[in-house]
Design a protein around this ligand. Structure first.
Ligand code: PMP
Length: 408
C-alpha cells in the first residue's frame, strides 16, 4: 500500500512547515489522481447533458453516467441497476427516505427505531418525521464497549415499528453493526431496514442482498470520490411503489397541461440535471478501490488499527471510546487525553501538520450518552502508513508533556 500514497497528490505537501499527515478520512477522503483525471476528462472532453441530446457528446455523457450506476450496482452487489439512485450523499438519501417512504408509511402512534450511535443525519430526519405525524422515535442502547445492545433492540422493537434505521459502521466508536441480523429482526416485525453505509462502503466489502437491507445510503466523497454525489440503494419492489418527491426535467415521461406521467425508477427520482461529473468520477473511485480489492483494503486498514490502537492506549491518560481490542475496532478511533481539551489537542496536532477531527462528530446524542463533551478522532484509510502512526504517537507524547509542564 505504500505505493498507493503516491497516487494522492494532495498528500505531498507541508502544513505549518511539517509534512502533511491526514487522519480525517471519516470526514472526507482524499482523491487519487485517477479520480481527479476522471472529473477533468469529463469536463474537458465529454461534457453534455444526459438522457436528452441525440448527438455524440450527450450519448457519451449518458453512457458514462449510466455506466457509473452499473459500477455502483456491482460494488454493493445490488440485484438490479434500477435499484441505484444517485443523490448528493448520505444526508440527502436519508432525508429523502424520511420525507417519502416515511411520510407515506409512518402514522400516528407508529415507531421508528434508531440507536444512540447514529450520526445526526440518521437522527434529525426521523425526529422531524416523528414530530410531524405523531410517531415515537426510539433509541437502542449500547453496551459498555460501544457495541450495539442487541437484547435492547429485541426489547424495543414492536409490531408498531415501521422503520429500523441503524448505521452500518459508527463514525465515532469504530464499531461495525451486524446489519444482517438486525434486518432479520426488523423484517420479523414487518418493519423496513435502512442502513447508513457512509462509514462502511469505503472500507469493506458490502453486499446489500446478503444483508437484506431495504435501503442503504452512502456518500461518494468518503470513498475517494468527489463531493456532492452519493447513493441510495433501494429494493426494486419498494421503489416501484414509491411516488417521486421532486418534479421537472429528466424524471417525466409525458407532460400535458394538467398532468404528467413519470419515468420508471430510479429515473423518476432523479429530477433535473444530475451531478453527471460526480457520478462518473464516483464510478472511477469504485474502479480504483476494486482494482486494489476491498478485502485488501479491509486487511490493510485492520493492520493499521492493530498497530495504532495498542500504542495509543498505552499512553497514560488516554481514554479510547468504543471497543478496546483492535480486532473489534475499525479505522475510526475516538479518544481523549486527560487534562487536555479535544480542541486544544487537535490545534496542537495541526501545528505539527497532523489533521484530525475534534468535537462531537455530528453525534451529540452519543456524546451525551457517553457523558462527554467532545473527543479527538483519527480515522485511517488506504493511504496512511505505520510511519505516520509512529509520528502521530510521538507528537501526542510531546503535546502531553508540554501541557503537563505548562498547565500542571
Ligand atoms: N452517516 C455517517 C455515519 C457519517 O459518518 C456521515 C458523515 N460524517 C454521514 C452520515 C453524512 O454524510 P454526508 O455528510 O456525506 O451526507
Amino acid at each position: 500500500m505504500k505505493t498507493i500514497r503516491h497516487d494522492f497528490p494532495i498528500l505531498n505537501q507541508t502544513v505549518n512547515g511539517q509534512e502533511l499527515l491526514y487522519f480525517d478520512s471519516a470526514a472526507t477522503s482524499q482523491k487519487p489522481q485517477y479520480v481527479i483525471d476522471s472529473l477533468v476528462n469529463y469536463y474537458q472532453n465529454n461534457n453534455a447533458n444526459v438522457h436528452r441530446g441525440i448527438y455524440e457528446l450527450s450519448e457519451r455523457a449518458t453512457q458514462q453516467y449510466e455506466q457509473a450506476r452499473d459500477k455502483v450496482q456491482k460494488f454493493i452487489h445490488a440485484q438490479k441497476r434500477e435499484e441505484v439512485l444517485f443523490t448528493r450523499g448520505t444526508t440527502e438519501s436519508l432525508n429523502w427516505l424520511a420525507s417519502t417512504y416515511g411520510a407515506e408509511n409512518v402514522k400516528q402512534g407508529d415507531e421508528i427505531l434508531i440507536s444512540y450511535m447514529e450520526h445526526h443525519s440518521n437522527i434529525v430526519p426521523w425526529q422531524q418525521l416523528a414530530q410531524r405525524v405523531g410517531a415515537h422515535l426510539k433509541y437502542v442502547e449500547l453496551n459498555d464497549d460501544g457495541t450495539l445492545n442487541m437484547a435492547d433492540l429485541e426489547r424495543k422493537i414492536t409490531d408498531k415499528t415501521k422503520i429500523v434505521s441503524i448505521t452500518h459502521a459508527s463514525n465515532v466508536l469504530g464499531v461495525v453493526n451486524p446489519i444482517k441480523k438486525i434486518a432479520k429482526i426488523a423484517h420479523k416485525h414487518d418493519a423496513i431496514m435502512i442502513a447508513d453505509g457512509a462509514q462502511s462502503v469505503p472500507h469493506m466489502r458490502v453486499d446489500v442482498q446478503d444483508m437484506d437491507v431495504d435501503f442503504f445510503a452512502f456518500s461518494g466523497h468518503k470513498m475517494l470520490g468527489p463531493t456532492g454525489i452519493g447513493v441510495l440503494y433501494g429494493k426494486h419492489d419498494i421503489l416501484e411503489n414509491m411516488k417521486p418527491a421532486q418534479f421537472g426535467g429528466e424524471m417525466i415521461e409525458l407532460v400535458d397541461l394538467q398532468e404528467a406521467t413519470f419515468q420508471p425508477s430510479p429515473w423518476r427520482f432523479e429530477a433535473g440535471t444530475p451531478n453527471i461529473a460526480g457520478a462518473i468520477a464516483l464510478g472511477s473511485a469504485i474502479d480504483y478501490l476494486t482494482n486494489i480489492g476491498m478485502k485488501e483494503v479491509e486487511n490493510y486498514e485492520q493492520s493499521l488499527v492493530d498497530y495504532a490502537l495498542p500504542k495509543l492506549k498505552s499512553i497514560a491518560g488516554v481514554t479510547i471510546y468504543g471497543p478496546q481490542n483492535s480486532e473489534q475496532h475499525s479505522g475510526v478511533i475516538a479518544f481523549n487525553l486527560a487534562g487536555v481539551h479535544a480542541h486544544d489537542l487537535a490545534t496542537a496536532l495541526d501545528q505539527e501538520g497532523i489533521e484530525v477531527r475534534a468535537g462531537h462528530h455530528c453525534a451529540q446524542p452519543l456524546m451525551k450518552y457517553l457523558n462527554i463533551a467532545a473527543t479527538v478522532r483519527i480515522s485511517l484509510y488506504i493511504y496512511n502508513t505505520r510511519e505516520e502512526i509512529d509520528r502521530f504517537i510521538s507528537v501526542i507524547e510531546d503535546i502531553k508533556e508540554y501541557f503537563n509542564r505548562e498547565f500542571a
